[in-house]
Design a protein around this ligand. Structure first.
Ligand code: HEM
Length: 508
């Protein structure tokens, strides 16, 4: 018998005592470890290995764990809570002012160098330091130039809106689940801006990208995160791909190899210095310029592929989910739906397509979008950052290097110190006495500060034009005898609604 065979024999016949010994060893090591110099906020007891993960496992009525974490913070009478995610030290912030202050500082712009974002979104979202600053600046200005500055994004969104209206019309008011269609539309907007190409909704390649990104973002997200939180030695002894990390990596390389790389090669072949057609052309231009400068930079082919993946992931699931919540809220609040439609028809009159200049004349519609975003944040505990490699002082605490900082978005969007009757769905909270919109930066859907969503202007444009365009043409109803609850899908990565079929009934 080989050494490994013998070892396997011994282990498999003594699994219980071995497990008990390992548990005792870990417990003893944890109890005897030297006291840290850090000054941490109050927080609950953290177990070895899992920390406080048990407090945020998906639960009916609290998929993200944000409500339970808020309750714990209240029990400890603290606005800043110490929490442990696996073996990672975290703090959870529940007040808007604290999040604003922390997220405006450079020390709070870092990511976990070995965490899941690093491989899921290695372009901009998963990087930090000089590389992140350079790439974020480029992405912001390029999206502004291509998408927003020249009305190109508006044209693209209007084109997609018309396709979706056609498809809704074909359904003839019969109940259906619009998730895939919305997702197609939103991803096509990103594809058009990035590589100047929109896909037909039934295109096989397009369907495959959407399948891959859905698998990574939704179906596997929690497993991946759990896998990354375990100490490396535990991961190494677990056979197979229990945490779906290898599976997600293979889907990522498929998206890059089969789609983005092909588009990149086509762009290089037809590139002209005189005309930048889209994000890819603009990036290739930077690659050429930086090659000759000899300064450190990240304008490389690999970085471009990673950035495209990031923009695709960051911009698809989020926008799709908010649009789905908008439809569900309208189906459940018929009176508000009617008010929104009355305002839209007042402004658009002849049935023309909505434009961004209409927004200022539709305060109630805008307030309704904002209220849905407040009531139903798409990610309540996921907009995280890390502190830098140095100890960081914050509000009298001394945080260890790379502390995970988690804003509790649910707590902020429902903070009774700021909102009147926060549990109520009431768009009028955003309308002033003069009938105009009241700007309120407490709606943190796009986060705040240095790493705030860089697709925010595009996303706001998508939400407004698409919502208005659909409400103008269709009445949204729950099919007779059925339900369409305002409930989160248990276990979903971002807080998506449970699947419900709705009727989109054409307005004559
Ligand atoms: C309604 C739709 C969207 C929502 C709710 C949303 C929300 C967010 C939030 C909260 C963050 C910050 C995460 C953090 O703090 O770690 C973020 C970051 C980001 N978003 Fe969005 N987003 C949306 C749409 C988009 C779109 C359409 C794009 C791309 C065109 C995009 C690109 C990005 C990127 C690249 C980042 C990373 C920024 C950085 O790390 O510097 N997002 N988004």
């Amino acid at each position: 018998m080989s050494v490994f065979g013998a070892l396997f024999y011994v282990i498999s016949n003594n699994i219980t005592p071995i497990f008990v010994c390992v548990a005792i060893f870990l417990l003893a090591r944890w109890l005897t470890q030297p006291k840290d110099p850090w000054i941490l906020p109050p927080g609950p007891f953290a177990w070895p290995i899992i920390g406080n993960l048990n407090k945020i496992m998906p639960k009916e009525g609290d998929n993200s764990g944000a409500r339970r974490v808020l309750e714990i913070a209240r029990q400890y009478k603290t606005d800043i809570l110490s929490f442990k995610i696996g073996s990672t030290q975290a703090i959870v912030l529940r007040k808007f002012a604290d999040v604003k202050e922390a997220f405006s500082k450079d020390e709070f712009t870092f990511v976990n160098p070995t965490g899941p974002v690093k491989f899921i979104a290695p372009g901009i979202i998963g990087t930090d330091g000089a590389q992140w600053k350079e790439q974020r600046r480029f992405a912001l200005s390029t999206l502004r130039d291509f998408g927003l500055g020249k009305n190109k994004a508006q044209d693209i969104i209007q084109e997609e809106l018309q396709k979706v209206v056609e498809t809704f019309n074909e359904r003839g008011g019969q109940p259906f689940n619009s998730k895939t269609l919305i997702c197609n539309m939103v991803s096509n907007i990103i594809c058009s801006l990035i590589f100047g190409h929109r896909f037909d909704y039934d295109d096989k390649t397009f369907q495959r990208i959407l399948f891959c990104s859905d698998q990574i973002m939704n179906s596997s997200m929690r497993y991946i995160i759990l896998g990354y939180l375990l100490p490396i030695w535990i991961k190494n002894i677990i056979p197979g791909d229990l945490f779906r990390i290898e599976y997600a990596k293979s889907l990522m390389s498929e998206i890059k190899r089969d789609i983005i790389l092909k588009k990149y090669k086509e762009h290089v072949a037809h590139y002209s210095d005189d005309e930048s057609r889209d994000y890819m052309d603009a990036f290739i231009k930077e690659m050429k310029t930086h090659k000759s400068k000899g300064k450190e930079h990240w304008f490389t082919e690999e970085q471009l592929l990673d950035n495209v993946v990031d923009l695709f992931f960051a911009g698809t699931d989020t926008s799709t989910t908010i649009i789905r919540w908008l439809f569900l809220y309208m189906a459940n609040y018929q009176e508000i739906q009617e008010q929104v439609r009355a305002e839209i028809q007042d402004v658009l009159g002849d049935g023309r397509l909505p434009t961004m200049t209409d927004k200022q004349n539709m305060p109630f519609t805008e307030a309704t979008i904002l209220e849905v975003m407040r009531k139903q944040p798409v990610a309540e505990l996921l907009y995280t950052r890390h502190t830098s490699d140095d100890a960081t002082e914050f509000k009298g605490f001394l945080l260890p290097p790379r502390t995970l900082v988690i804003p509790n978005i649910y707590a902020i969007m429902n903070d009774p110190d700021h909102w009147t009757e926060p549990e109520k769905f009431n768009p009028l909270r955003f309308i002033g006495e003069d009938g105009q919109m009241i700007k309120d930066d407490h709606v943190l859907s796009f986060s705040i500060g240095k790493r705030q969503c860089l697709g925010e202007p595009l996303a706001r444009m998508e939400l407004f034009l698409f919502f208005v365009g659909i409400m103008q043409k269709f009445r949204i109803e729950i099919p007779p005898g059925r339900e369409a609850p305002l409930k989160v899908e248990l276990g979903s990565g971002v807080d998506t609604p449970v699947i419900s079929e709705l009727c989109f009934i054409g307005i004559e």
